[in-house]
Design a protein around this ligand. Structure first.
Ligand code: FES
Ligand SMILES: [Fe+2]
Length: 457
């Protein structure tokens, strides 16, 4: 039962305390409706450009029953070198490219796509080039009738994005203001350090909302409290949203990810926080940043003011990386502050950005079951030319993920089950620290026609 109040009619009303009914998380009917109303209407992050460097390289991306083949058809940057097709044979509907058992997606290189059922063959442009006994169809099999169905594909940030809606608008317009605010971070130059995926017993939104706010840090990750304050802001950004940390005046960059430890001696607390983050999360930092933080106590005198420690740490890490041929983009501190630590790209992607690393989460429904989702995380950084490791998506059981992430996982099934309890009266997101939750549901409701947050009377 949801507490009633006036529905939120405009995004700027999201600053008010709201309540969100549990329907979007637990209703089977809602989960069924998402296929047509949501997943077939939005731009989705479907893969990474560096996974298809050569002509003929392809990856597949599945979202519920839909499956898409994204193929490189020419050299060069941009969408002109790519094609995306519905992964289904135009003859009798066999899925054209199977996902290997236990894999997240298919990946490979093909000169042509041959259907395994009766051998119809398609070239890289999706044109059907071979049909056995074609004359039996008495001339009715035109190129148009037999060509693979096209899907919109475009690129931004080094990712492949697809949209199943034949009338989709431009990707760039869809991604704003996130695209323009994140462009200076040159995310397209980063390469994965690791990428893992797993299936969880919760709705994809429960999973996403375990990571899109800082309100949970104090309780779920108590170890981090030794290193400082984790009070953070959350903002609506049109379809999207972002989060960052509150920071003292003069230390605006500390709203972002490459953040100083707090306390009496930030030289020590930054070193401890970096070492802990590397060992227990293996996200949000790099070995270069960790090493530069460990040297702070030798390179700076006791009592160095925090803003000076921050400048020194980042400058010496930048210099270390430059020596090995890794060049961070230069982003003005005010801009870094405005972008915060992480963006939620509607509906199901999170990009935790910095100038030299990023953490990207992606959430998908699993087989239409509101109680299940596919969760994935990839950690990227900058590498010297040609030295990025070869990585694959690894299916990883929850207990084999970094321990900090396991702390987040521990809440997810419990939230999914808790929201089904008849006495639950709806989600009450913190209007300052969890506005990302209200923002997601405000935007979801515009697609789904139900579930709009209500202001608490
Ligand atoms: S279903 Fe593909 S060739 Fe028959
Ligand atoms: Fe967390």
């Amino acid at each position: 039962m949801t507490e009633m109040g006036k529905i939120v009619e405009a995004a700027d009303e999201l600053a008010a305390p709201v309540v969100i009914g549990p329907e979007a998380y637990i209703s089977e009917e809602y989960a069924r409706a998402e296929a047509a109303k949501l997943w077939r209407k939005v731009w989705l992050q479907a893969g990474r450009l560096e996974d298809i460097p050569n002509v003929g390289d392809f990856v597949t991306y599945d979202i519920l029953a839909d499956s898409v083949i994204i193929m490189r058809t020419a050299e060069g940057e941009g969408a002109g070198a790519l094609r995306a097709f519905h992964n289904v044979c135009t003859h009798r509907g066999r899925r054209l490219i199977d996902t290997p058992e236990g894999k997240r997606n298919a990946r490979g290189n093909k000169a042509s796509i041959v259907c395994g059922f009766h051998g119809w063959t398609f070239d890289r442009q999706g044109k059907c080039t071979y049909i056995e006994h074609q004359e039996d169809w008495q001339g009715k099999l035109t190129d148009e009738r037999t060509a693979l169905g096209k899907v919109h594909v475009d690129t931004w940030g080094g990712w492949l994005w697809i949209n199943l809606d034949p009338d989709a608008g431009p990707l760039r317009d869809y991604l704003e203001p996130a695209a323009s605010l994140l462009d200076p971070f040159e995310l397209q130059n980063m390469r994965p350090r690791w990428r893992k995926w797993v299936i969880f017993d919760c709705n994809w939104k429960v999973s996403m909302e375990a990571f899109n706010e800082t309100y949970h840090v104090a309780t779920t990750h108590p170890e981090f409290m030794e290193f400082g304050q984790y009070r953070g802001w959350a903002r609506n950004q049109g379809l999207h949203s972002n989060i960052g940390y509150d920071a003292p005046k003069g230390q605006e960059e500390d709203q972002a990810k490459l953040r100083l430890g707090a306390g009496d001696d930030p030289r020590i607390s930054t070193a401890e926080m970096q070492a802990f983050t590397w060992a227990s999360a293996n996200t949000n930092t790099t070995m270069t940043l960790v090493n530069a933080a460990l040297r702070l106590k030798d390179e700076l005198p006791e009592g160095t003011p925090a803003p000076e420690v921050s400048r020194h740490w980042l400058a010496s890490a930048r210099a270390d990386d430059e020596k090995r041929g890794v060049f961070w983009p230069v982003v003005a501190p005010e801009h870094t502050a405005k972008t915060g630590t992480s963006w939620q790209i509607f509906p199901n992607t999170q990009i935790g950005h910095a100038v030299n690393n990023m953490l990207v989460y992606h959430y998908r429904p699993y087989k239409g079951d509101p109680n299940k989702c596919i969760f994935e995380a990839a950690v990227y950084e900058l590498y010297p030319e040609g030295e990025a490791p070869e990585t694959e998506w690894e299916y990883t059981e929850p207990q084999d993920w970094p321990s900090v992430l396991q702390q987040d996982f521990n809440n997810m099934t419990a939230v999914q089950e808790g929201m089904k309890i008849s006495g639950f009266r709806g989600t009450l997101p913190n209007p300052y620290m969890e506005r990302t939750v209200s923002s997601l549901h405000y935007n979801l409701a515009r697609f789904m026609g139900t579930g709009t947050p209500r202001k608490i009377d």
